[in-house]
Design a protein around this ligand. Structure first.
Ligand SMILES: Nc1nc2c(ncn2[C@@H]2O[C@H](COP(=O)(O)OP(=O)(O)OP(=O)(O)O)[C@@H](O)[C@H]2O)c(=O)[nH]1
Ligand SMILES: [Mg+2]
Length: 297
């Protein structure tokens, strides 16, 4: 009999949620960056193991809302923690659990939602006693079904998380085809790969005000080449200059890095063309947030 489990991955921004999703699924389906607020929407990832299907919803990280886009991101988290079987709450072991994290955890306890506490980045801890202190602190405040210390970057403990989830999967038909790893359309995946490169290369507010829309994505009839055209939207004319860079250097660097990743992911030569356009203050404009696919309804 097939088994299924639906799991939402939640936690503070930058804790490593999307990194963990990618590690479990075995493909890079969610953008990862050292900057906070990388993930903006709910991303579905699927992993099949024997007769079990594990379905994950990666969510935006908890953060202080600063604009309308933030509010949508935080609503996405709220909507993603009901009608599921379990929550994997990812925390960064080097950061003390904060009030918004505790608030979410306590409401999950109130709903009797099983929560697996995944304590990530243990590679950054200097001694084991620190880990024991982190565990003692959090478990004194919230009830967990299981506590699993891991390091995604060192691939340490991810298999234990999977084992834990497998033990919780219940008999049910599978909801997704066995060869499907994500629900994200290819154009969205491609846009996210481009945005990820810009997040890593740019600083301050510039990368946070970027949205990427892939307008064309088609394989040529006569050659094995995938043509991708993308528009990079930013919030100010001055940001446009920074994104393009001196003599186009920044845009070239980002698009080359994105192209290499796109070629690796789609296993085909890619011809990537990017344009930069300004949409003033779009993160506070509902219509634009919706048109970029960043609103939950
Ligand atoms: N040292 C260390 N860094 C990690 C580990 N896991 C993830 N990271 C890094 O942490 C940063 C944030 O990772 P993400 O996966 O984007 O974090 P996130 O929780 O999805 O962040 P948001 O989408 O902003 O909520 C990246 O620079 C990762 O490379 C880990 O086990 N150890
Ligand atoms: Mg993320």
């Amino acid at each position: 009999m097939p088994k299924t489990i639906f799991v939402t991955i939640a936690g503070r921004t930058n804790a490593g949620k999307s990194s963990l999703l990618n590690a479990i699924v075995g493909e890079k389906i969610a953008s990862v960056s050292s900057k906070p607020q990388t993930t903006r929407t709910r991303i579905t990832g699927i992993r099949n193991i024997d007769d079990a299907q594990l379905v994950f919803f990666d969510t935006p990280g908890l953060h202080k809302p600063v604009n309308k886009l933030s509010e949508h991101m935080l609503n996405t988290v709220k909507e993603s923690v009901s009608d599921i079987d379990a929550v994997m709450f990812v925390m960064d072991c080097t950061k003390k659990i904060n009030d918004p994290e505790l608030k979410l955890l306590r409401s999950l306890n109130d709903q009797k939602m099983p929560v697996i506490l995944v304590i990530n980045k243990i590679d950054l801890l200097r001694n084991k006693d620190d880990l024991a202190a982190v565990i003692a602190d959090v478990t004194s405040k919230v009830d967990f079904k299981a506590v699993v210390p891991i390091s995604v970057t060192e691939n340490n403990g991810v298999d234990i998380v999977i084992e834990e989830l497998l033990s919780m999967a219940e008999e049910s038909v599978h909801f997704f085809p066995d060869d499907m790893i994500t629900d994200q359309p290819e154009k969205v995946l491609a846009g996210e790969m481009i945005r990820e490169k810009l997040l890593e290369l740019l600083s301050d507010e510039v990368p946070h005000g970027i949205a990427v829309a892939v307008e064309e994505m088609s394989e040529r009839d006569d050659k094995d080449i995938l043509d991708i055209s993308a528009v990079i939207y930013c919030e100010r004319e001055s940001h446009k200059g920074i994104i393009i860079g001196k003599g186009g250097a920044m845009l070239k660097k980002a698009s080359t890095a994105a192209r290499l990743e796109l070629e690796d992911f789609f296993q085909i030569k890619v011809n990537l063309r990017c344009w930069v356009k300004v949409k003033e203050d779009w993160r506070n404009r509902e219509g634009l947030i919706r048109s970029f696919g960043l609103s939950e309804n």
